[in-house]
Design a protein around this ligand. Structure first.
Ligand code: SAM
Length: 286
């Protein structure tokens, strides 16, 4: 008997993956957590039936959400990661020896525990001594933090349910305050191909743009995310991610990556007209 994991990418579009085994299913206080084993994508983590990460393509997302900001400011030392319960973002950050502290604020401890057990290739570095995990709401955590972090990465679920608060003006305003005077905010910024995701992206972008002097969008292709074309937000108090890219410095680190490189870094900000149109509709002049 064939087993398939299916996710609705829109009301009229389904995305299905053949799975060999349903390894774990749990209901936490916040969401339903499932892990599957699949031939094509290896192990898969879903939350409330939505694709989060797969072993086969997670490197694209985790390299792009970390190395883009890290290649702009070589002095990033104190990092706040919000969400990111699977550990992939933290794994990439711990590859930088000059990072001194990583606070990871994940609301759901059960996600971390399940990923430690079933997705060790992602969660392996959560035990790094520089990593401090805080099991609480990221929206609450940033309230009252001032001038503390060089980089904030918001690796959250989509803007509904438990993730909703991480897409609000209040949250972005508190991130602005929590960042140092040359701080950078990077967030998973949804997509524009399907209407529901495009509306989320427009809302998030107009709020970030009204909070940060520099607010741009970059892209990657992620096969298992809706439409395969996914966006990231890059907001900063000081740096332009293209003009201020330290390519020679980053390349001198000798970090081996499967997707990110410093040429693709610049290219990823060359976004298609349909995305530019969406940003314009979000009150964004580009
Ligand atoms: N890369 C995935 C994506 O783009 O959808 C997200 C990865 S990670 C699994 C998302 C994490 O965000 C989840 O573990 C979820 O529990 C966490 N999360 C959602 N809302 C949160 C909040 N308000 N505060 C902290 N963590 C939150």
């Amino acid at each position: 008997m064939d087993l398939w994991f299916t996710e609705n990418h829109s009301k009229n579009v389904k995305f299905s993956l053949r799975v060999d085994k349903h390894l774990r299913s749990a209901q936490s206080e916040y969401q339903r957590i499932d892990v599957f084993e699949s031939k094509e994508f290896g192990r898969i983590l879903t939350l409330d039936g939505l694709m989060m990460v797969t072993e086969k393509d997670e490197y694209i997302y985790h390299e792009m959400i970390t190395h883009v900001p890290m290649a702009v400011n070589p002095d990033i030392s104190n990092v706040l990661v919000i969400g990111a319960g699977d550990g992939g973002t933290v794994r990439e950050l711990t590859r930088y020896e000059h990072i001194k502290n990583i606070d990871m604020v994940e609301i759901d401890e059960m996600v971390v525990e399940i990923c430690k057990e079933y997705m060790p290739s992602l969660s392996s570095e959560l035990s790094d001594p520089r990593v401090h995990i805080h099991y609480q709401d990221g929206l609450r955590f940033v309230r009252g933090v001032e001038n503390e972090y060089d980089l904030i990465i918001v690796d959250s679920t989509d803007p509904f349910g438990v993730g909703e608060g991480l897409f609000t003006r209040e949250f972005y305003g508190n991130c602005y305050k929590a960042l140092k005077e040359d701080g950078i905010l990077v967030n998973q910024h949804e997509s524009t191909f399907y209407t529901a995701y495009a509306n989320s992206m427009k809302r998030a972008h107009s709020r970030i743009k009204s909070t940060f002097p520099i607010a741009l969008v970059y892209q990657a292709h992620i096969p298992t995310y809706p439409s395969g074309h996914w966006l990231f937000g890059f907001a900063s108090k000081k740096y332009d991610p293209r003009a201020d890219l330290k390519a020679d410095w980053w390349n001198s680190l000798g970090l081996k990556t499967k997707y990110y490189n410093t040429i693709l870094h610049t290219g990823s900000f060359a976004i298609p007209n349909n995305v530019r149109d969406c940003l314009r509709e979000s009150g964004e002049k580009r």
